[in-house]
Write a protein that binds this ligand. Sequence first.
Ligand code: TYM
Length: 343
Amino acid sequence: MNKKTFLSGIQPTNIPHIGNYFGAIKNWVSSQGGSGETALDSYYFLADLHAITVRQNPTEFERQVLDCFALFLAVGLDPELSALFVQSHVPEHTELSWILSCYAQFGELSRMTQFKDKSANQKEGEVNIGLFSYPVLQAADILIYQADFVPVGKDQKQHLELARNIAVRFNQAHGETFKLPAPYNNITQNTAKIMSLSEPTKKMSKSDANPHATVLLLDDKDTVVKKFKRAVTDSEAKVEYRENDPAKAGINNLMTIYGAVCDKSMPEIEAEFGGKGYGDFKTAVGEAVADMLLPIQTAYNRIRTDRAYIESCMKNGAAKASAAARKTLIDVKGKVGFLVVDN
Ligand code: TYM
């Protein structure tokens, strides 16, 4: 049987937003389980090593890792079905990352859009090497588990492409070692890129300075509804989905979100809101999102108070992940020709 492996990660910098949820996390939850022919392995982690490419406040950082792990459990990631872990608890990632950095090229890393965007926002003396070599660590995260599918949003496609290129290069040099991973999205729901509520031509982002642009998974109902009421749309006042029409970017985004929450197609939403104004539609989207978030928040509030439980899940997840990661790492070290001595 050809058992498939799913893997993905998220940076634990702030509470995830609905873009992270619809673009990635929701697909992690639904990927889990399966049995017999459909059995699969899944690995989902908090990318804390990636997060320190931007300075973190150590006390807040520790808290955020606990918050995000509790959220993992609250959204329905199941520690029995998936290996749920914190990246820095599995040191094999960093070890493989160094080896792979010797198979990655300066030119290809310089072309990474995220590096170009992030470094453009920083003063020259503040652009650290971690920010530059970040995609190599991400390649190690993926390749070390021999992942087949990586559920990510659209903004991670280029990093995934790089992981494949590094894998091909290593395989060519040393023989078949790494599987080539493919991105995985819920194509029917078109949620690979959820846009900002304030500037709908920009993606929804954790680092957005405008708090109204982003809906966090722990925002209360009142906040969620208010944010949607303020969402930027257009003056046409027609709930109609027109892909590739920049004038409709705001309404397209709200329809995508509503469709993902209520499992409705764009024509169904157009029919539901035909003849109604944007006010009614925005209220409906806000309430639907808030209702979806409520059970997640209830579970979160319960789990977050139990630090011992969170830590035990982290430890078990890291042990499972480490066992799988070691196998690849030992193979890679042997192929590179590192001398092994018994001790
Ligand atoms: P991060 O933390 O920026 O985002 C986590 C996931 O959320 C997706 N995402 C979105 N999807 C739709 N619409 C949006 N507006 C939106 N914003 C974010 C991202 O595509 C991502 O899937 N480098 C990664 C973390 C990482 C990783 C990995 C991912 C580290 N190692 C290995 C996959 C495999 C990151 O910073 O994601």
